[in-house]
Each structure stands twice: as C-alpha cells, then as structure tokens.
Ligand binder design. Structure first.
Ligand code: EPU
Length: 295
C-alpha cells in the first residue's frame, strides 16, 4: 500500500509485518503488513470508521483456523483483542467475539451450563463461529444465540436478537464489512459430569478421525451436495500426496497438513493438484471450504 494511513487509524493498537504463520493454525502465508488489534469496542469502531471514510478495503481475522493465506497482505487486517471476561446472568452467558471458541465451550461446561457441548471441538474465535453459524452434531450457534452486538460497515454499534434469515446453515449476515463484537447464548443448567462426558465424547470422535496433532486448517473443501469431499479425495488415491512439507492427511483426506516448513505456494499447488485429480477421477469439482487470502 503506497498511501499513508490516517492518524486516527494509526492510534488503534497495531503491529507491523506479522507472519501469518503465527496468526493461522495452518502456519503458512506471508506477512500481515498491518495488523490492527483493538482492545475495546470503541477502538474497533474507530478502525471501521477510519477505513470506511478513507475508502480503504480491510479484512477481519479471527482465530485463523479456517484460513489459508497465500502471500503478503497489505490491506489493514482487524483482529479483535477484547477483554476475555465472561458475563453470566442466570443461564445467559456473554463473551467477546475474540474469545476462544473451545475455551468458551469449556468455560460453560465448567459452570455446569449445557448447550455449548457441540462447540467443544470447533477451533477459532467465537466471532468466527458466529459469522459462519458454526455447528456440529446437529446443533449450531443460532440454536442458542439470544443476542449479539456488531459493528455496521459505517461503524455503528448495534445490539439485537437474531431474526429469521440472519443465520442459516454455515452462513450468517455478519459478512460484507460487518464485525461481530460479542454474543450471548441461552444455556440450561445441567449436571456437570454429564456435560463433561458429552464434551469428551465429541472430542474423542474428532480425535480418532482427524489429524488434530498436525497443523491444519480443518476441512479444506466443501462437501459437494450428497457427497463427501474426504471420501472423494481418498477414492482418488491421494492420501499421503506430499509437496514439500504440505501433505494430504493419511488420516482424513479432506485435511491438508503442514509438517512444519510448508510454504504458501506448496499449499496452493497441493490444493490445485487435489482438485485436478478428483475432477479426473470422479468428475466432481471441489470448491474450497476454507477462506483463501491471495493478496
Ligand atoms: N471418509 C473417507 N476417507 C477420508 C475421510 C472421510 O472415506 O479420508 C468418509 C468417512 O468414512 C465418512 C465420510 O467420508 O463416511 C464423511 O467423513 P466425516 O464423518 O469425517 O465427515 P466430513 O463430512 O468429512 C464434516 C465436516 C467437518 C466436521 C465433521 C464432523 C465439512 C466439509 N466437514 O466432515 O468439519 O468436523 O463433519 O462433524 O463439512 C471443518 O469444517 O473444517 C470440518 C473439519
């Protein structure tokens, strides 16, 4: 970016040239040239207002667990660093969007609150989970969400209850310049031992079928309607296909893993290779499920 950033934007806490390897679970990518990390909602608001006023494009980063970055990124990146404390009012639990998603599910379980067990194996931030209405085992965020706060593209803070049409399967309207700030879940009091047992069962299921001990970005490709991307990649014989330190996981074929030193270009090449070979083998066009930043 050649244009200097305005003074009010530069007053928001930020860091320069942070490696995406440190900001994503996959651990590849170039440098994040401008990483803005507001510690209050007002700082986040100042970021959005300044960017909007200047006509500056910007991106939002959550826990970086569903993201593959393929180069340096010069557009300002917003990563909330809001206070971690949880607010409990009766059976309602409120957390900031930057709260760790698994940590939130664990905290709820620790309080004897049931309803977030489904979330206990889904990495990333609460904000990322709300943005995509994350779910597992037949439950999703919209089932428990009672209120949420977000910034509009103009930098206005709105708090409201979810309404029909705002959250669908793995989609929410928190896109296009909106930034989720916090969310409140309505939970129910339960037996702590039963809740912990459910959490352990869900964790165990993932642990046996997914390569969770290696750096990864979760499932790379969407399941095509009525099919499984993992099965299609497996049937094309691609488990263990390796380019440099990037490999199609031998445990679950829809996971690409980083053995440590993988580069962005190795990942780009491996993803394209998987798409080509699956197209040749079964005629199916695999579409990325992860977010990809190519800039
Ligand atoms: N399969 C294979 N070979 C493989 C992997 C899977 O044959 O290498 C077969 C399995 O045997 C099974 C079918 O494919 O019959 C589906 O596999 P799995 O049960 O692992 O579920 P999935 O559809 O691959 C989805 C989500 C995961 C989520 C799991 C469990 C998508 C793209 N994936 O995986 O989400 O963890 O269900 O809830 O929707 C993610 O979003 O990043 C993610 C990992």
């Amino acid at each position: 970016m050649t244009r200097p950033l305005p003074d009010d934007l530069l007053q928001v806490p930020h860091r320069r040239d942070v490696a995406f390897a440190r900001l994503t679970t996959l651990g590849v990518g170039g440098l994040c040239r401008w990483l803005f990390e507001p510690t209050t909602e007002l700082e986040a608001q100042a970021f959005v207002r300044a960017c909007t006023r200047e006509g500056l494009p910007w991106r939002v980063l959550g826990g970086g667990s569903n993201l593959v970055v393929l180069g340096d990124v010069a557009t300002p990146v917003l990563r909330l660093a809001l206070p971690r404390d949880l607010q409990r009012a009766g059976n309602h639990l409120t957390a900031a969007a930057s709260h760790g998603h698994i940590a939130l599910a664990e905290a709820a379980a620790g309080m004897g609150l049931s309803g977030l067990e489904f979330a206990s194996g889904i990495p990333g931030s609460l904000g990322g989970a709300i943005r995509m209405n994350a779910g597992a085992y037949g439950r999703e965020w919209v089932d428990v969400l009672t209120r949420y706060r977000f910034l509009t593209p103009e930098g206005e803070i709105i708090e409201k209850a979810p309404e029909p049409g705002e959250f669908r399967y793995r989609w929410s309207f928190i896109t296009g310049g909106r930034v989720i700030l916090s969310a409140t879940a309505q939970l129910t009091e339960g037996d702590p031992a039963t809740i912990r047992a459910q959490v352990a069962e869900y964790r165990g299921k993932r642990g046996t079928s997914q390569p969770l001990s290696k750096r990864n970005a979760g499932c790379i490709f969407k399941n095509p309607p009525g099919q499984s991307a993992g099965r299609l990649i497996d049937q094309a014989g691609l488990k263990g296909l390796r380019i440099g330190d990037a490999e199609v996981s031998p445990e679950h074929a829809n996971f690409l893993i980083n053995h440590g030193q993988a580069t962005a270009s190795e990942f780009a090449e491996l993803m394209a290779c998987v798409q080509d070979r699956v197209r040749e083998h079964s005629g199916v066009e695999l579409e990325a499920e992860v977010e990809i930043w190519r800039e």
